[in-house]
Design a protein around this ligand. Structure first.
Ligand SMILES: [Zn+2]
Length: 215
């Protein structure tokens, strides 16, 4: 057992167990992050569970895609509108609200860039507002400008395709580096890499758009 004063709280530290809430339908206690009341089985409001908890996953950048999908589709099936067709309006509305929160959680966690931004947010670092292209790190900024020039200089469709393949490899590498940074709980490094991943993604979109526009 390590001394807690020497160890910063890691980003994937288990959260305290959720407090029990009173079920809106029967009044009985039910876990705050439970979809259905454990007493009467009535669907509960989505509540404030984070995306990982909502999907029953450990808070981590590295996640098994197959596991994420399995949990998502299982929960989605349990919230299917057909199951609530004969229920009260309140239960139908709550099941829809749960489905919206579930889809939001899945979309965020399934995408490495969105997942990184979200993990940083959970760690108290709100970087990279949507649509903000500002890059503060000079090394990353220089690389971004050089790659932008390389794309502009690519003449033929084959050159653009080759460029896109290089960027795709860079993206894979960047995602691997992000995993290491989050594992070490190095949020500053993770924030830089997230910025890099964002512009790499933009670059590959732009190069694909150019490639297809040339036929
Ligand atoms: Zn109940």
């Amino acid at each position: 057992m390590q001394s807690p004063r020497l160890v910063p709280t890691p980003i994937d530290a288990p959260e305290p167990p959720p407090a029990a809430l009173a079920c809106w339908s029967c009044g009985g206690p039910t876990p705050a992050d439970s979809l259905f009341c454990v007493t009467c089985a009535a669907v509960q409001p989505p509540g404030a569970a984070d995306h990982f908890r909502r999907l029953g996953l450990q808070r981590s950048f590295e996640l098994e895609r197959a596991n994420l999908e399995r949990r998502y589709f299982d929960l989605q099936r349990r919230l299917h509108p057909d199951r609530f067709a004969t229920r009260t309006g309140r239960e139908r509305a709550l099941s829809q609200a749960q489905a919206v929160s579930l889809n939001d959680a899945y979309r965020t966690l399934a995408d490495p860039l969105a997942r990184a931004v979200y993990l940083l947010h959970l760690g108290g670092m709100d970087v990279l507002a949507e649509g903000c292209n500002q890059i503060a790190d000079p090394v990353i900024l220089m690389e971004a400008m050089e790659m932008r020039e390389a794309l502009a200089a690519a003449q033929s469709g084959a050159q653009v395709a080759l460029f896109a393949a290089t960027v795709a490899a860079d993206i894979e590498e960047c995602v691997g580096d992000l995993a290491v940074a989050f594992r070490k709980n190095d949020l500053d490094e993770a924030a830089k890499l997230t910025t890099r991943l964002r512009y790499l993604r933009k670059l590959i979109e732009d190069s694909r758009a150019r490639h297809s526009s040339r036929g």
